[in-house]
Write a protein that binds this ligand. Structure first.
Ligand code: ATP
Ligand code: MG
Length: 431
């Protein structure tokens, strides 16, 4: 028989691992709630042009990495490679800029993204992002809220020594004059650049700065800095962002070579990097984002500014594991019910059901194990309590409850077990 393999660049996330994912997601949800961001869920497939018009035809995402196809009705569809464009499409389509919606309109999402990449550690073809978008505020305070929230989230996961790389792409005029200067700088080296960069240099020279090809990277260090081309307005915005970050005590590194791989950004852009042995002790970007004041309009909506970030969950987990950061205990078991003898079987099944109805996570044997191996199983599953029902207990209508932590044992009437047990568990949890 053929044994099917999962597609290259995808992963099965199994029990043992999924608890870590739940912890990552739950922590993010709680934090987003504090910052007043609400969840949005958009389709995993979108019209191809939602991405080609936003990320840009010269971006890696669109030119090389997109999973796209024509469906049976001939529509050009793409699996989403990133979260922002679909959220912007939904923002426009559902008129979330209308008079009855909060301003700014703040949302978060979490879910899979798809890019046809060369798979390697921290680079998958299906990967997951947690991201936020905030629409309707141009203010530097909004930029700083989004950056502070990203930093806060990563700190909550226990990450320290975060490297916040900050840059600005300024406004239209900034970008135009800077791109001209960049082309002028790159032109004499045209033949030394990678084929990709040669193709993109005149259309979008920023892509050359974002290239990972060593032939291009050589020229990044000596390239003109966008900071020298900022219009007074763009400079004022950036200065204010830095001032506010200073006020919040958030350390950043102004990094003019960070330009981001997507075309829709302007003004503030940032990447949060961490050094990790999971990436050869080098820095890796776990979270990245920026402002996009023209994107809503570009995709057919009104002129509404926006800013957001996306965090790579696989990369985050790799980094957390390499630093031995704690994930809360996976799937804790409150009670294991051991039943001895056939007669106790029904009583034990009822008891398990009662306990579960009380919200106590409970397990028992389903494969006919002998009492001895049931006790072993309770130990192996790390149950907090082991409850035993046998002939003796049945006769007395009682159950014996043993705390696996203290070794203490008590006998409790059968009809009071669930109540007693939930009192004990609650007391334990309160202490
Ligand atoms: P890179 O430069 O590493 O290719 P990118 O600029 O393409 O990253 P973004 O589009 O900014 O990445 O996505 C935001 C985050 O999502 C990244 O910082 C990273 O953590 C994660 N990410 C991006 N692509 C992948 C992938 N193929 N596999 C796993 N995580 C990814
Ligand atoms: Mg990429």
């Amino acid at each position: 028989m053929v044994k099917y393999q999962r597609p290259r660049g995808t992963k099965d996330i199994l029990p043992g691992e999924t608890e870590k994912w739940q912890y990552i997601e739950d922590t993010a949800r709680m934090l987003f709630q504090d910052y007043r961001y609400r969840e949005i869920r958009t389709p995993m497939i979108e019209n191809y042009h939602v991405f080609s018009r936003s990320s840009g035809d010269t971006s890696d995402i669109v030119s090389k990495e997109m999973y796209d196809f024509h469906d049976k009705g001939g529509r050009h569809i793409a699996l989403r490679p990133e979260g922002t464009a679909g959220v912007v499409r939904a923002f426009i389509q559902n008129k979330l800029y209308g008079p009855d919606t909060p301003k700014p309109y703040k949302v978060y999402y979490m879910g899979p993204m798809f890019r046809y990449e060369h798979p390697q550690s921290g680079r998958e073809r299906e990967f997951h992002q947690i991201g936020v978008e905030s629409f309707g505020s141009k203010s530097a305070e909004m930029d700083v809220e989004v950056i502070a929230m990203a930093m806060d989230l990563l700190h909550q996961y226990g990450l320290k020594h975060l490297h916040l790389a900050l840059n600005t792409l300024g406004d239209r005029k900034t970008k135009d004059t800077y791109c001209k200067a960049l082309i002028k700088y790159l032109e004499p080296h045209f033949n030394e650049l990678s084929e990709d960069s040669q193709k993109r240099m005149h259309k979008n020279p920023l892509r050359v700065l974002d290239s990972k090809d060593p032939r291009d990277k050589k020229f990044v260090a000596g390239a003109p800095s966008i900071l020298d081309y900022l219009t007074p307005e763009a400079k004022a915005h950036f200065d204010r962002v830095k001032q506010l970050l200073d006020a919040l005590g958030i350390k950043y590194y102004v990094s003019p070579d960070v330009v981001r791989g997507l075309d829709y950004y302007n003004h503030t852009i940032f990447e949060i990097m961490v050094k990790s042995s999971a990436f050869g002790n080098g820095f890796t970007t776990v979270c990245a984002g920026g402002r996009y004041n023209k994107l809503v309009h570009q995709l057919g909506g009104p002129e509404v500014p926006g800013i957001g970030f996306g965090l790579g969950v696989e990369r985050l987990i790799l980094v957390m594991k390499s630093k031995h950061l704690p994930f809360p205990k996976a799937n804790p078991l409150d009670a294991f019910v051991v039943n001895i003898g056939d007669k106790a079987d029904i009583a034990s099944l009822k008891l398990v059901q009662d306990l579960r109805n009380q919200g106590i996570s409970t397990d028992r044997d389903y494969t006919g194990r002998k009492p001895g191996s049931q006790f072993k199983m309770a130990n192996k599953l790390d149950a907090h309590y082991t409850l035993t029902i046998g002939d003796k207990e049945l006769k007395n209508n009682s159950v014996s409850i043993k705390s696996m932590d203290s070794g203490k044992q008590v006998t409790v009437p059968l009809d009071k077990v669930a109540k007693h047990f939930s009192d004990v568990v609650n007391k334990d949890f309160d202490e």
